[in-house]
Design a protein around this ligand. Sequence first.
Ligand SMILES: O=P(O)(O)OC[C@H]1O[C@@H](O)[C@H](O)[C@@H]1O
Length: 156
Amino acid sequence: MKIAVCSDHAGFALKEEIKALLEKEGHEVLDFGPYNEEPCDLSDYVYPASLAVAEGKADRGIFVDGVGYGSALIANKIYGVYAAVCQDPFCAKLARSHSDTNVLCLGGKIIGSALALEIVEAWMTTDYLKDIEKYTNRVDKVKKIAEKHLKKLDEL
Ligand SMILES: O=P(O)(O)OC[C@H]1O[C@@H](O)[C@H](O)[C@@H]1O
């Protein structure tokens, strides 16, 4: 898969570890930066990385900041992006199987890299349960809210 990754200064070190794991597993990584640990603003990286997912230039995204919510907050403003913050592999599995998320957000200050890599592994390898109606109904409702309240990329 093509995976967009990004971070801020607080997530930089973990972003680099995740990138190495994804590349080792044969994924193509599109790194939207930053490329060092200089203080920076998350939105400068999460916004273009989210657009890449929304436009289909990346299949999915993995964004890392200090606590994770900052990335999700920005990413979920973009039509077509469904981002979840996960702090354990169980949550990561459900974020895929129940909710079909296409962006995973992690907090580099919250979880150690060993757990973070397990979360990435769980999220990357779990499929959406697209044949179970209760989950498709839930996901469809979220999509309808996005259609009503977010501008599609071609309307911008
Ligand atoms: O105080 P700084 O280092 O700028 O922010 C650290 C983290 O605090 C939260 O807002 C974000 O998760 C951000 O990555």
